[in-house]
Design a protein around this ligand. Structure first.
Ligand code: FAQ
Length: 336
């Protein structure tokens, strides 16, 4: 693990890893109290600020997984770039997939401020130590799936990320601002594809409904396990990394998406779905948590394919990384 001295309160420390053990109990208590006061006061924590080791580790886990999700998330949609039904659709999809690569880069960069190199985060992904979002382990079988991903998957991502844009870690919250703007465009292009198909032939409408049927439940799983089974939520909510629970955000997504589906004539594949006038929320059926657990344990429909595609892309890009390192060394040598 390479930890760099980018940012820490004590410049002699190479990282704040282990710093807690080098501080006296009084000093540690003082720093923790200052940290807690900043969080309570709604101030952001910045890379140079002291932070509890567990805060740093939790953020690194969550942010690196988020960055991996953006990059792995390019694969299911990339599958349709060559088969988009028109030049305009191809151009838009290409731009969207490129945006996701950019999102990965912003988040990897923000995560690096916590002291881990991107190369190490990528090693963790490729070795299976780090997760990425469950949703990207489902196949894209038809063009309508591209509509469903933009509308539902980016829609779910927006609900989650507009809240993360107010989270306590400065670099993460700032990365989210731009990402959310781009996700809004992705969301609209996806909805537009679905709306267009729903105005088309019976075959097109069936294709849109089939995509809806396959992506609805996996989109709900993106918000993570139910609050009672979410081991990381307590820490993350205490530190205002998460401002709302997994279940609250899932409910928010359902409440905003059901009317959108109805407006274009799509049926939500949930017989238990119904509006509750007194709570002013939709009630919905049971999520298949066994399926979720299988997918996040590596046994979803496309986990192995995604990891193979990602590993191949990484290996095929080795010469680019080597060339960039050689060029940078040459430039540095010429400056001496
Ligand atoms: N998939 O204790 P919690 C996108 C894991 S970006 C896989 O509740 P936490 C843009 C979790 O890591 C989509 N694993 O965890 C796009 C933990 O395992 P660990 C990604 C999941 O962190 C669109 C365990 O279960 N967005 O879509 C999932 O408090 C289109 C226990 O769970 C983000 O990453 C899951 N769905 O809450 C790109 C947003 N859910 O690490 C391309 C930031 C849970 O202890 C195309 N992340 N797990 O081994 C978050 O908001 C949170 O990390 C949650 C999970 C809500 C995902």
């Amino acid at each position: 693990m390479h930890f760099v001295n980018r940012n820490l309160a004590n410049p002699k420390q190479t990282s704040n890893i282990g710093m807690e053990t080098t501080l006296s109990v009084e000093e540690l208590n003082k720093r923790e109290a200052e940290f807690d006061a900043k969080i309570a006061g709604g101030k952001t924590i910045e890379p140079k600020d002291w932070m509890p080791e567990r805060y740093r580790k939790q953020l690194l886990r969550m942010m690196s997984q988020h960055a991996h999700s953006e990059v792995v998330g390019m694969l299911p949609e990339g599958n349709w770039i060559t088969r988009a039904p028109s030049l305009a659709r191809k151009a838009v999809l290409l731009a969207k997939v490129q945006d996701e690569a950019g999102h990965g880069l912003y988040i990897y960069s923000a995560a690096e401020t916590l002291g881990m190199d991107r190369s190490e985060m990528i090693d963790q992904l490729l070795s299976g130590k780090a997760k990425y979002s469950s949703i990207f382990n489902y196949p894209t079988l038809s063009w309508a799936d591209i509509g469903a991903i933009g509308w539902l998957v980016d829609g779910a991502a927006i609900v989650n990320q507009t809240v993360l844009a107010k989270c306590s870690y400065g670099p993460y919250s700032r990365a989210m601002l731009r990402i959310c703007k781009e996700e809004n465009f992705h969301n609209k292009q996806g909805y537009q594809i679905m709306a267009y198909l729903m105005r088309g032939t019976k075959e097109q409408r069936d294709m849109a409904q089939d995509a809806m049927n396959r992506f609805w439940w996996p989109a709900l799983m993106m918000f993570g396990p139910s609050d009672t089974n979410s081991p990381n939520s307590a820490d993350l909510m205490k530190w205002k990394v998460k401002l709302h629970s997994n279940d609250d955000l899932r409910q928010r997504f359902i409440d905003r998406t059901v009317p959108q589906a109805e407006a274009i004539g799509l049926r939500i594949p949930d017989d238990k779905l119904k509006w509750n006038e007194s709570t002013r929320h939709y009630e919905f059926g049971e999520i298949n948590w066994a399926e979720f657990n299988q997918v996040i344990s590596g046994n979803g429909p496309c986990n192995k394919l995604r990891m193979k595609q990602r590993t191949d892309a990484h290996n095929n890009g080795a010469w680019v990384r080597e060339a960039a390192a050689a060029y940078s060394a040459k430039k540095a040598a010429s400056k001496k």
